[in-house]
Write a protein that binds this ligand. Sequence first.
Ligand code: PEP
Length: 231
Amino acid sequence: MKNIWIIANWKSNKNIAEALEWISLVGPKLPRKDNLPAGRQGLKVVVCPTFSVIEEVKKAIQVGNFPLMVGSQDLSPFDEGAYTGEEAAAILNDLVELSILGHSERRQNFGESDEMVERKTAQAIAANIIPLVCVQGQDIPIPSECNLVAYEPIFAIGTGNPDTPENAESVAKKIKEKVGQEIEILYGGSVNSENCKKFLEQEDISGFLIGKASLDGEEFVKIIDCANSLI
Ligand code: PEP
């Protein structure tokens, strides 16, 4: 049975009050693992807020005991030390279990290179944070220690114009062949509650990285319900 990952990338959205409102709406609606029969526990839901909101989100999840992991949208390529403004993985790991790395918005707006993504991946792994490496096509290098990849074609990010499930499946298959190791491939790009089922039915797609549709708690829950009905 494959895992299904549903990962919310809030980007630069939601202040603390808005984030807590989302958690109080989504948290109680998440399928609880202890209510699921054995073998149906492969649904992994993650929320990735801005750095300044992570701690409050984490506390709210703990208080509600919600089956929700917390992730960051980036981390530092450096160790702890004299790197002003950076979030070192060794500090962040008190708060997050996963980090989105190499998102196309970081590559485009902040000049993030493949080499930088590789360094960030190594930092994440050393700090026990799961690196979720975003690739915009099958030719983007994938760091060797990385087991979780999001295929996110640029034309589909935030445009309302998703890739086809068939093409996403074909890219996912090619990435798996190229990497030749146990790796899970997610799809990202204009996923919503209307189009998610067809992607999840593809053999090599193990869930989603979701931007816009994750901001609306009700819409996000619909996507989770769809994933939960398929595992
Ligand atoms: C993303 O930014 O990772 C993303 C998939 O965005 P959207 O869902 O808005 O296309």
